[in-house]
Design a protein around this ligand. Structure first.
Ligand code: GDP
Length: 216
């Protein structure tokens, strides 16, 4: 991996600043499980409702230039995109869920694709479940979280667009709502200000030392 300077964490990732852009390159897209690339390196999968800010967050995590994560258009072919990231692991961009206008048939196709990845993939080390700070837990997010738990998949919850909460009161209310029914870790972030990006990298850097599935 490239030494970007600064302190080193357990898995060898250098976390020098608030904004950390690790070099990354696109590997391939898959529309069906048979197209998934061979399992070569630990994978970190990003998932969330459409428009939650997943592409923006991915762009905040990896080095700008050449690699642009684009928000997938609801209704278009939904793909799982694989990226190679410096430091010996991959980012996997899962299609956004929960877009109401998409026909049921296509919705169940996406669900099948996402579920088969999350269920079968041995190299999946960490799922990053992204929530919008203003919306909190929505039904589909809770379903997904419960499903990850039932599959014993390690995950972290990232709450993005935190900069949109302007007042102390709004932030307090958002945190309170996010805590309802959930006592695990919440990583607050903003792709605009860079808040929390470092903490997300820290969570990711621990994945290579973690077993792929937590024991039941
Ligand atoms: P995706 O569909 O989940 O990939 O969502 P996008 O990354 O395309 O983001 C949806 C919208 O939210 C875009 O207009 C982004 O500019 C905006 N957005 C994403 N993250 C943030 C954030 O942290 N702060 C603010 N203010 N806007 C954001």
């Amino acid at each position: 991996m490239r030494d970007v300077g600064g302190e080193f964490l357990s898995a060898g990732l250098a976390i020098p600043a608030r904004y950390i852009h690790m070099p990354a390159r696109f590997i391939m897209s898959a529309a069906r499980p048979e197209q998934f690339p061979p399992e070569a390196e630990p994978e970190v999968a990003f998932l969330g409702r459409s428009n939650v800010g997943k592409s923006t967050l991915l762009n905040a995590l990896v080095e700008a230039g050449g690699l642009a994560f684009v928000s997938s258009k609801p209704g278009c072919t939904q793909l799982i995109n694989f990226y190679q990231v410096d430091g010996g692991f991959r980012f996997v961009d899962l299609p956004g869920y929960g877009y109401a206008k998409v026909p049921q048939e296509i919705r169940s196709e996406w669900k099948g694709l996402i579920e088969s990845y999350l269920k079968e993939r041995e190299s999946l080390q960490l799922a990053v479940l992204i929530l919008d700070a203003r919306r909190g837990w929505m039904e589909k997010d809770v379903e997904l979280r419960e499903w990850l738990e039932s599959e014993h998949r390690p995950y972290v919850v990232v709450v993005t667009k935190f900069d949109k909460l302007k007042s102390q009161k709004e932030r307090h209310e958002s945190r309170k709502a996010l805590r309802e029914g959930y006592s695990g870790e919440l990583l607050e972030c903003s792709a605009v200000t860079g808040k929390g990006v470092r903490e997300i990298w820290q969570a990711i850097s621990k994945t290579q030392t973690r077993p792929a599935r937590t024991n039941p």
